[in-house]
Design a protein around this ligand. Structure first.
Ligand SMILES: C[S@@+](CC[C@H](N)C(=O)[O-])C[C@H]1O[C@@H](n2cnc3c(N)ncnc32)[C@H](O)[C@@H]1O
Length: 474
C-alpha cells in the first residue's frame, strides 16, 4: 500500500478513554433510572482525522502456527508485569474443573444471570447490549414496539450458531442477512437453522464449502455484492476459537480478525454521512501487542470513528471486547483491503506476519488511546479473577447489586426465565408482542413469531431454558 499524506500537525488526543459499558450505572439497583451514563463518564471514541505517514513493512518468517515464538510479540501496549500476572492467574483458573468453575463464575460475575432473553445463546444479548449503546440497527421503539420494519441489510461473519443473526432478524423482521462461518464438527458451532428465518438469512460455506474466512473472504465479499451492490448496513464479526494458552490467544486469533476486517471493508455500505454508512462490530481479545495495535490503527484510518467496549454481557474475567466502527472512508478502506489481501496470502503460504506498519509512523496519540483501553481491560480482568479467587476461598464478595431485568428493559428486549427466577419475578416481563397473543386496553396485539423455538414446535409459553454458553474464559 502506498503511503498516505501525513500530518505534521497532531490530532486532539483526549485521555479519558473508557471501556465501560454505559449500561452499568443505569442498572445499579440503588440508583433506579436516575443516573445518566453521562454523569458516570462517557464512552469516548477514538477519532483520527489527520492521517500520518503510513509505511507498511511486512516481515514474514517461516513458522508453523503452533510453534509461534512469543518473544516477537511482546505485550508492549500495557503494563507488562501486571499483564504477566493476569496470564498466570488465567492459567490457574484453567485448573478449576469445568462444572465447579461454572458455579463459581456465577457467584463472582454480577452480570452472569443476565441470561439470553429469547435468543439461542448469550451472544444474542451481547449484540442487543451493543445495539442499545451504539444504535446499530436504528431501532428506537418503546416497550410495546420492540420491533422495527425497515430496509436493513447485514452480514454475520464467523457467526454460527447464529444468535447475532437471530437478534437482528427479531429486531427487524424485514432485515436481510448474509452469513458465513467455519464448518466444524462441533454441533454447538453449527448454524441453528431451525431458529433462524432462512427466508431472510442467506448462509453460505463459500467457494470451497469450508465456510473458512481464511480462504473465502474475497469470495464472500463478491457474493454479497452481487445481490447488495451498494453494500450492507452492518457487519458483525464475532469469530473465535478455543486457545488453551491464553498468552497466545491474541496472536493465534490475529489472522482471523484480520480476514474479518478484510471481508468487512469490502462489503460495508459507504454513505453520504456517518449515520447512513455501514457499521462494523468486531470481536477482539487482548490488544497488547504492536501487531494488533497496528491492525486497529488501520481501522482508525478506514473509519471516521472507532470505539472499543467491553459490554457487561461479556464475561469480566476474559479478554473479549468489541470494536465498533462507523463512517467508512471508502478510498482508504479500498487501499487497506489490498494490503490485507496481501497479508492473507502470506499466511496462506505458511508464513506469519510479524509487523504491519512501521510503528514509528503511528502517532503517539493512538498508542496512548490503546494503552489506556488495555490498562482498564487488564485491571477489570484482574478484579474479576480476584473475585473468583475469593469465592474459591469462601470470602464474601463485596460487589454492587445490579437490577438485571432492568437491563433487558433498557435494551428493549423480552425477559427470560433465568432473570425471572433469580429475581423471583412471577409475572412475565415479556411485552405483549414477543411471542404471546395479548390484549392491552382492548386492542389485540398480533402474535409475533416466538423465535426461541424451532418453527415446527412453536407454542406459547413453553419453557425454553436449555442452552448456556460453554464454560470457556475466552
Ligand atoms: C463465538 S462463535 C460466534 C457466535 C455467534 N456470534 C452467535 O451469535 O451465535 C465464533 C465462531 O467463529 C467461527 N470461526 C472460527 N474460525 C473461523 C474461520 N477461520 N472462518 C470462519 N469462521 C470461523 C467459529 O466456528 C464459531 O462459529
Amino acid at each position: 500500500m502506498e503511503t498516505a499524506a501525513g500530518p505534521s500537525g497532531s490530532s486532539s488526543c483526549k485521555d479519558d478513554f473508557l471501556l465501560s459499558d454505559p449500561t452499568i450505572p443505569l442498572i445499579l439497583a440503588s440508583n433506579s433510572f436516575t443516573e445518566s451514563p453521562l454523569t458516570q463518564g462517557k464512552l469516548t471514541p477514538f477519532i483520527w482525522d489527520k492521517v500520518p505517514i503510513l509505511i507498511p513493512e511486512i516481515e514474514s518468517i517461516s513458522d508453523p502456527k503452533d510453534n509461534i515464538d512469543l518473544d516477537q510479540f511482546q505485550p508492549v501496549l500495557v503494563d507488562s508485569s501486571r499483564y504477566g500476572i493476569l496470564v498466570n492467574a488465567k492459567a490457574a483458573l484453567g485448573q478449576i474443573p469445568r462444572e465447579k468453575y461454572r458455579s463459581i463464575r456465577e457467584q463472582a460475575n454480577p452480570f452472569e444471570k443476565i441470561g439470553r432473553s429469547i435468543f439461542m445463546n448469550r451472544a444474542g444479548v451481547k449484540l442487543v447490549n451493543l445495539d442499545a449503546v451504539f444504535g446499530l440497527t436504528g431501532h428506537s421503539g418503546g416497550l410495546l414496539a420492540q420491533q422495527t420494519a425497515k430496509e436493513f441489510t447485514f452480514a454475520d461473519i464467523a457467526g454460527a450458531p447464529g444468535a447475532f443473526s437471530q437478534y437482528l432478524l427479531y429486531r427487524n423482521p424485514e432485515a436481510y442477512g448474509y452469513a458465513i462461518s467455519l464448518k466444524t464438527r462441533s454441533p454447538s458451532l453449527r448454524w441453528k437453522t431451525d431458529l433462524l428465518d432462512l427466508s431472510r438469512l442467506n448462509i453460505t460455506y463459500g467457494e470451497d464449502d469450508t465456510g473458512d474466512l481464511y480462504t473465502n473472504a474475497d469470495w464472500f465479499a463478491n457474493w454479497v455484492r452481487k445481490t447488495a451492490p451498494s453494500g450492507v448496513d452492518l457487519v458483525t464479526a464475532d469469530g473465535g476459537f478455543e486457545v488453551k494458552n491464553r498468552r497466545k490467544q491474541e496472536i493465534l486469533s490475529f489472522r482471523l480478525i484480520m480476514v474479518e476486517v478484510l471481508t468487512a471493508l469490502q462489503i460495508l455500505k459507504s454513505g453520504p454521512s456517518e449515520e447512513t454508512s455501514g457499521r462494523l462490530v468486531l470481536k477482539l481479545f487482548d490488544t497488547v501487542t504492536l501487531l494488533t495495535g497496528e491492525l486497529i490503527f488501520l481501522l482508525t484510518l478506514a473509519f471516521k470513528e472507532i470505539n472499543i467496549i467491553k459490554p457487561i454481557t461479556s464475561r469480566p474475567a476474559n479478554a473479549e471486547k468489541y470494536l465498533v466502527a462507523r463512517g467508512i472512508r471508502r478510498e482508504r478502506a479500498n487501499e487497506i483491503v489490498l494490503f490485507l489481501r496481501e497479508l492473507n496470502s502470506i499466511y496462506q503460504s505458511g508464513r506469519i506476519v510479524t509487523q504491519l506498519v512501521n510503528p514509528e509512523s503511528i502517532p503517539e496519540c493512538f498508542f496512548q488511546y490503546l494503552r489506556a483501553i488495555n490498562q482498564q481491560a487488564l485491571n477489570n480482568q484482574l478484579i474479576a479473577i480476584r473475585n473468583i479467587g475469593n469465592v474459591v476461598k469462601g470470602i464474601k464478595l463485596e460487589i454492587p447489586i445490579y437490577n438485571l431485568p432492568k437491563s433487558l428493559i433498557i435494551w428493549n428486549v423480552p425477559g427470560n426465565e433465568e432473570v425471572r427466577r433469580r429475581y423471583n419475578v412471577n409475572r412475565p416481563i415479556d411485552t405483549p408482542n414477543t411471542g404471546y397473543r395479548a390484549t392491552i386496553a382492548g386492542s389485540a396485539y398480533p402474535a409475533q413469531r416466538d423465535i426461541s423455538e424451532p418453527l415446527s414446535q412453536r407454542s406459547p409459553r413453553s419453557p425454553r431454558l436449555t442452552h448456556s454458553q460453554p464454560p470457556t474464559i475466552m
